[in-house]
Design a protein around this ligand. Structure first.
Ligand SMILES: O=C(O)CCC(=O)C(=O)O
Ligand SMILES: [Fe+2]
Length: 330
């Protein structure tokens, strides 16, 4: 194995009923140390369909994708948050994406000031080759249920009520499922995309902002994580498996006990597809809670803070991701 390659700790979901304690322990070890792990054997998740969906969607003529562009890039459209975002040349984050989220029949008045956050999904017109919407909607539910089971095991592992975390996702979670295409370069990459060692960046280093990420990489290389000693390591690709990591919010709500690990994506010289599922609490969730204090009675005290305003401030003003910088203020 080439130096700097990281084999992630593996969690086998098929054992979640029979080996709960061992799995809980492995999860905690991984989250306290590497902050990234591989999740195998997710029942019903069809990686092949997901990859075909990515290729089908990004291969659509630009005119078709344009109908799904966020309003900022196509004033004829009404979607501001969900839908398609294009490659912006010159940005160090060089990708196009399609995003959708859960659908809620009613939105109550305390979220109206940010109703665009809960806007309806937009979907491409299908051509009969692939049941795009129904397959992705099905995969969304599998991802959500997998995330809930992982969170139950995680809570068990730290010795608190198994349901300690999942209540945050009972009421209208803001979760986003995002398919990504990193296209190949047609010209020499600009300076802003080059790393010291000559590698080309396609997603600059960052921590994920939300609660937890379940990432499908389809066996592509390119994902790198920062290890505890501050060095970059390439995540060894693994087929039919998810890469899991936690985001800033989960780390914060456990007082930093789990690591929100920095990671980035480097160019692999060919088209790359990935499909992260960003599990997020609801707009109104109180992220000022410290779970350890709540369940053990000791730890930092509670300072209430709403997830929605916090996260959109992070995206727009702190992390300044190009695809979020253009959103209205919340
Ligand atoms: O494309 C990938 O493999 C990872 C992307 C990522 O880290 C992100 O979108 O937050
Ligand atoms: Fe990420």
């Amino acid at each position: 194995m080439e130096p700097g390659t990281l084999q992630l700790p593996v969690i086998d979901m098929s054992k979640s009923r029979t080996q709960r304690d061992e799995m809980s322990q492995s999860l905690i070890d991984a989250l306290e140390n590497v902050g990234f792990l591989a999740i195998d054997n997710i029942e019903g998740l069809d990686f092949d369909i997901l990859l075909r969906s990515c290729k089908w969607f990004f291969n659509q003529p630009y005119d078709k994708k344009k109908c799904l562009l966020r309003k900022q890039w196509n004033p004829e459209n009404t979607n501001m948050f969900r839908g398609y975002f294009p490659v912006i040349e010159g940005e160090p984050s060089r990708k196009e994406g399609f995003e959708f989220g859960p659908v809620y029949p009613t939105i109550d008045s305390n979220t109206t000031r940010a109703s665009w956050i809960y806007e309806e999904n937009v979907w491409p017109e299908e051509d009969g080759k692939l049941p795009f919407k129904s397959e992705l909607t099905k995969a969304f539910d599998i991802m959500h249920n997998t995330a809930m089971e992982i969170l139950r095991l995680t809570a068990r592992g730290i010795g608190i009520d198994e349901n300690a975390f999942i209540g945050l996702f009972d009421d209208k979670p803001l979760t986003t499922f995002r398919m990504i295409h990193y296209p190949t370069w047609e010209s020499t990459p600009p300076e802003v995309c080059l790393l010291e060692d000559g590698k080309v960046i396609t997603t600059p280093e960052h921590t994920d902002t939300g609660f937890m990420t379940l990432l499908t990489t389809f066996g592509y290389s390119g994902l790198e994580v920062m290890t505890a000693d501050g060095r970059w390591a390439a995540v060894a690709p693994r087929s039919n498996s998810l890469v899991m990591n936690i985001g800033d919010v989960f780390s914060r709500m456990l007082g930093g006990r789990f690591r929100a690990t920095r990671h980035r994506v480097v160019d692999i010289g060919e088209d790359r597809f990935s499909f992260p599922f960003f599990l997020e609490p609801s707009f109104d969730a109180d992220i000022g809670v410290n779970f350890l204090t709540k369940f053990t009675g000791s730890g930092p005290k509670h300072v209430p803070e709403l997830y929605g305003p916090w996260v959109f401030h992070q995206y727009k003003y702190v992390k300044k991701h190009f695809e979020y910088r253009v959103l209205p203020d919340v």
